[in-house]
Each structure stands twice: as C-alpha cells, then as structure tokens.
Design a protein around this ligand. Structure first.
Ligand code: SF4
Ligand code: SF4
Length: 342
C-alpha cells in the first residue's frame, strides 16, 4: 500500500504564545525552531493542483498554533477559493487575536470546515493551570465573534482531563453548550502512570480518576454533541474505514498513514513526514527527522520527488520506529474510532 494523500496535517506555524507544560515546545526546547509557512510557500511548493486533490487539511501543532502564522488568513482564503469543498480543521488555543481577525476567518470558512478551541479551564485562572500564558478575554471574544458571524462551520470546544479540572469539567462543557456544536473530552496518555520516567510517579497533572486517563498508548476521545448540525467529513471516514477493513485482511503493516485518518504531516520547516507522531522532536525519532530535514524537505525538493522516492517502498516498510510499533498495531485496525478519527 502507499501513503494516503487525501488528508494533510500541516503545521503552518511552530510559533505559540503559550507555554503548556506537556507540549513539545516545553519538553524539548533545545531543538525548537519558531517558523511559519507563507502563502508563497503554499503557492510554489504545494501548488493549486495538489490543493484541488486534497480533501482535508488539519491545521494543528506540533510545536505551534496555526493562528500565529502571519499569513494564516490569506492561506485559508487562497485554499478555500481553489477548493471550496475541502475540509479545513483548525485547532487553536484561541488567545490574542482581535475581533477583525475572527470576523475575517468567520467569513472565509464554510459548512465543510471545523474549528476547535482547546479549553482546559472555565476562566483565566483555571485555564492558565495548563494553558500557561493564555488570554481568556480574547479567547471568549474569538468564540463569540466567530459563532455570531458564521453559522455553518462546525464548532467544538475541546478539553483535556487533568487533576485540577476533573471535578469541574461540567463548567467547560457549559461554555461549549452555550456557543458551539460539540464538546470533546480527551483522555490523554501524557501522564506519570504511562510515562513515569518523563512525568514522575507523583504526577500532579494526572487525574485521580483513572477513567479519565487513556487506556493504551494513544489518547482517547469522547464527543458530546450539542446541536444537530451535520459534522463535515463523514464521506472521508467511510473511506478510511473501508481501507482499514482491507488492511485487516492483508499482511501489510497496520499503518494509519496507509488509511489516511492521521494525515501525512508537513512541518513549518518544510519537512515532510508520514504522520505527526514521527515528527515529534523526541530522541527516538532522530532517524526519520534527519531524513525529513534533508531528503524530504519541501524547501529544497519538490513534492512529487519526495512522494515518489523509493524509501517509501523499502526502508520505511520496516516500520521499526517506536511510534509505529506502539501507535499502529494490528488489533487496533478493528477499532473504528482509531482508524477513522483524527
Ligand atoms: S497552545 Fe498548543 S502549541 Fe501552544 S504551547 Fe499549548 S499545546 Fe503547545
Ligand atoms: S506511527 Fe508509523 S505506521 Fe503509524 S501512521 Fe505514523 S508512520 Fe505510519
């Protein structure tokens, strides 16, 4: 099988004004580069033809927040102009943008798009416990402005369960119920019980309630639907599920990058990866990071030659990376959420 190319995960900015303690910005600061992609990069290195063929772009992380790319609004407008039915998913902490910025975004996105505000608290003090340096008043101004001027885009408030919010999650849910279409709760893996060497055996961020911590090596999510608005992307999920069912019957590696729900990953440095997990700046990813910095970098190479490189049919097929061995395992192919959700 080959890398699935309908869905692209693009780190348009590795810049962020926040300092969340479990973000790679804070965890691996020594190799962090603050970079952003420009409209010119999209026009020349990705190109109109490729944008027309894409069916989904997720703008999120790894090291930054998309809204801090200076030309983000221009990039979004250019993409939607070329491909109005593409599904754009924007994931943001929402801080420090003004009314005009949100008004422009609201007028650019349509019913095929989805936006998530990541809120782990219900006011400045509580949200700052994880979203360190956030700005609650501009977050709320953004949510209100966007939802007043755009009624078609699917809106979500997304929260991670922590020790400090586990008894107050309903307060965040109430904000979601007031303004958005869905509340999403993530049970994270990034806690001491999973990774004691990284987070210690007395991890004060870890929920005391073990039901709020992910069971395996990938996060788990629960969605509470608030409105009956149609969520974009159902057709793609059907395609992903079909591919997973095909993979179940073969001896090919059970790779989510063959299915498409994770999306191939483009970093703000121009580096291309099969998924965002392999791009995380942890030492165990060094081998693939080196390749992406040199051989698979869109700043120096064109996309076709990267995708057609023999590496994807040879060395890559060993799937000997820690991320591959822990995240993509055969039994998970039967878990519909695992193979269809992002
Ligand atoms: S808002 Fe996102 S990118 Fe910014 S520090 Fe937090 S997790 Fe990292
Ligand atoms: S972890 Fe490995 S197998 Fe899984 S999606 Fe990423 S590159 Fe593919």
């Amino acid at each position: 099988m080959n890398l699935a190319l309908e869905h692209w995960h693009i780190e348009v900015s590795s810049i962020c004004t926040l300092k969340c303690p479990r973000c790679t910005r804070a965890e691996v600061p020594e190799t962090l580069l603050n970079r952003q992609l420009t409209l010119d990069f999209f026009k020349t290195q990705i190109g109109e033809q490729r944008i027309k063929q894409m069916r989904k772009i997720s703008f999120c992380g790894d090291d930054g927040d998309p809204i801090y790319a200076k030309q983000f609004l221009d990039i979004v407008a250019w993409i939607k102009n070329i491909n109005p039915t593409i599904q754009l998913l924007i994931i943001t902490n929402g801080s420090y943008k003004g009314t005009e910025w949100w008004y422009t975004l609201a007028n650019t996105l349509n019913e095929h798009d989805e936006i998530h505000w990541s809120l782990d608290g219900w006011d400045q003090t509580s949200n700052s416990k994880y979203r360190v340096n956030c700005d609650w008043s501009s977050i709320m101004l953004g949510i209100i402005t966007f939802t007043v001027y755009n009624k078609s885009t699917y809106t979500v408030i997304a929260s991670i369960a922590f020790r400090y919010n586990e008894h107050d999650l309903n307060r965040i849910k109430a904000i979601a119920e007031k303004y958005t279409d869905c509340w999403q709760l993530t049970k994270s893996t990034k806690f001491g019980s999973k990774y004691p060497q990284a987070y210690g055996t007395k991890d004060l961020l870890e929920p005391a309630n073990t039901a709020l911590v992910a069971q395996g090596h990938r996060f788990q999510r629960e969605q509470t639907l608030i409105t009956d608005k149609t969520r974009p992307g159902d057709d793609l999920k059907q395609l992903f599920w079909k591919r997973a069912q095909t993979l179940q019957k073969t001896n090919e590696y059970p790779a989510l990058c063959y299915i498409g729900n994770k999306g191939v990953f483009l970093k703000s440095t121009g580096e291309f990866y099969p998924c965002c997990w392999t791009a995380l700046r942890y030492p165990h990813n060094e081998k693939i990071t080196k390749l992406a910095r040199t051989k698979f970098n869109l700043k120096y190479k064109d996309l076709d030659s990267i995708l057609e490189d023999e590496y994807w049919q040879t060395e890559f097929k060993k799937f000997d990376n820690t991320e591959c061995k822990t995240k993509c395992v055969k039994q998970k192919l039967y878990d519909k959420d695992h193979v269809t959700e992002w």
